[in-house]
Design a protein around this ligand. Structure first.
Ligand code: ADP
Length: 525
């Protein structure tokens, strides 16, 4: 889930959940309290709601003795003299005690019966009347000092004496219960709020802060140069995506570092092999020169032989230095190209005859086939292209491991790619195309195949990388720097062509490259 969705859910839970749960809890507490009160005050007629205990406590207190008061009033109306019967009054009072209430009967302005003297003394004012007034025959009021509710009814006994009956309820014990209920509700509210907040905090922590911490640690690891530890996070939110991208970056960095380490290692190896290659002819030159100077070469023939060897060794050094300087030029992109239109057939047959003599001396035959039109022209830099051919053919000759080496060079046309016509042709006023359809570039393909040892599949994708030498060549005695094919690749891509290789181990290798035809000159012919 996305962080936005999570925040919305968190907001809803934080606001709605505590409200709903608190309301349910309050409802439950009030119901429980109301049931307990109903039971303890033995209220039979439940004509108030549980919320009344909080919202309308007066109504609740009033209702505690509601039925008793109604009974009392009917007794005063129908059989008032019953209230002169002390045992009847005692019995009635006993029932009222359970409801924290008591009965008081007044006759002719004097107390006739007092159900609870102590409680009566605490009441600040009891309206005792000496005479019966029909207009005010019942009254209910609350005495704040003693926390009592007093219900009064006036009547006449059968002998016409004035009577008053008081039903007094002490509600002071209710207060702690209400306070208790309120405390319970507040406590429930805080518990709910804290629990909801706690769960939300854990949820947000787990989904946002923990992955951020993982990311922070990963950043520190990368900062310290440790690129091996993957950043794991399976969530699909923005942070999960960030972790995923971060891990991609780590892998790329790791590859880059590994590549640069490998390249450095290669350069070190090449440097040591080049210095070794340089040292060998120099030592030989020194030796032969000393031989001449010391008079070891005492005959003119011997001296000539020594000098020829010195010359050959000096040539080796020149070759190596040329390789190195060419490589530095390629590295700095400072090779200058001079593209001219050359006849393909003439150019290649010259090149092949240049190398064939040297190859013959190594017992290698070279076969040349040109299947393109003999007038085909290509746009190339003759010098650089010669380097390409020499590098590939020299490699073939160098690595061939069979007694009868064979190299074949085949040139073919590359069929042009079909042009997709535009959906709508836009035409100028003069009827010509606004966006003229350019004919695609046409290419020829040069294939150079040898019957050498072939290249291992694991090495094949890398042979055009600079300083790359396959394990087999590295371990062999064949001299090499690993830059010959890298130079080939740069030169061919500067010509607008492609270069690639195919190989079967033990059978041989084929190198392919393409060259752009000079279509303008070709068409003019
Ligand atoms: P090197 O100086 O080592 O020949 P190159 O860049 O010319 O460097 O070639 C890179 C690697 O490709 C060589 O080390 C060798 O392993 C492999 N290679 C190139 N040409 C051939 C071939 N014709 N036959 C077998 N292996 C080859």
């Amino acid at each position: 889930m996305k962080i936005r969705g999570r925040l919305i859910i968190a907001f809803l839970i934080m606001t709605l959940f505590p409200i709903v749960i608190t309301l349910l809890t309050v409802h439950f507490i009030l119901n429980k309290q109301s049931d307990m009160l109903t039971e303890s005050y033995r209220i039979t007629q439940k004509n108030y709601s549980s919320l009344d205990i909080v919202l309308n406590p007066v109504s609740f207190i009033y209702n505690i003795t509601f039925s008793d008061y109604t009974n009392l009033k009917s007794v005063t109306k129908q059989t008032p003299d019953k209230l002169l019967d002390k045992s009847y009054l005692e019995e009635k009072n006993q029932k009222l005690v359970q409801k924290d209430s008591f009965l008081v009967v007044v006759r002719n302005g004097k107390y006739y019966y007092i159900g609870n003297k102590n409680a009566l003394n605490k009441i600040s004012y009891v309206p005792i009347a000496e005479q019966y007034k029909e207009t005010s025959n019942h009254l209910t009021y609350i005495d704040q000092k003693s926390s009592t509710i007093i219900k009064e009814t006036t009547f006449l006994f059968s002998d016409r004496t004035a009577g008053q009956a008081f039903l007094i309820t002490d509600f002071s014990k209710l207060m702690p219960r209400w306070e208790n209920s309120l405390r319970e509700m507040l406590l429930a509210f805080f518990v709910i709020l804290l629990t909801t907040g706690g769960f939300l905090t854990i949820w947000i922590y787990e989904s946002i802060v923990r992955p951020l911490n993982i990311l922070r640690l990963a950043t520190m690891q990368i900062g310290a140069g440790n690129l091996d530890k993957p950043v794991r996070n399976s969530s699909s939110d923005e942070i999960g995506q960030l972790c995923h991208d971060f891990d991609d970056m780590r892998i790329r960095l790791k590859n880059m570092v590994e590549e640069s380490i490998a390249a450095e290692e290669n350069i070190r190896e090449i440097m040591s092999s080049i210095s070794h290659d340089l040292k060998t002819p120099i030592t030989a030159i020194k030796g032969y020169t000393e031989g001449i100077l010391d008079g070891v070469a005492d005959s003119p023939e011997k001296q000539k032989k020594y000098l020829q060897t010195i010359y050959a060794k000096a040539n080796d050094i020149t070759y190596l230095i040329d390789e190195l300087s060419l490589f530095s030029k390629v590295e700095c992109n400072s090779l200058v190209y001079n593209f001219i239109s050359l006849n393909l057939e003439e150019y290649f047959s010259d090149c092949i005859s240049d190398v064939s003599l040297d190859l013959e001396s190594k017992n290698i035959t070279i076969e040349y086939t040109n299947l393109t039109d003999k007038d085909t022209k290509v746009l190339v830099d003759g010098e650089q292209l010669k380097r390409v051919l020499h590098n590939i053919i020299d490699n073939a000759a160098k690595y061939i491991d069979k007694p009868n080496g064979h190299i074949s060079v085949t040139i073919t046309d590359v069929p042009p790619k079909p042009v997709v016509p535009p959906l709508y042709r836009q035409i100028n006023d003069d009827g010509t195309d606004l966006v003229p359809i350019h004919a695609p570039d046409e290419f020829v393909q040069v294939k150079i195949t040898d019957n050498g040892p072939g290249i291992a599949a694991k090495d094949l994708p890398h042979i055009f990388e600079r300083f790359y030498r396959a394990d087999a060549s590295r371990n062999s005695s064949k001299r090499g720097s690993g830059i010959g094919l890298a130079i080939v690749k740069v030169i061919i891509s500067e010509h607008g062509g492609n270069v690639w290789a195919e190989s079967i181990e033990g059978v041989g290798s084929s190198f392919y490259f393409t060259l752009k035809k000079d279509t303008l000159t070709n068409n003019n012919i």
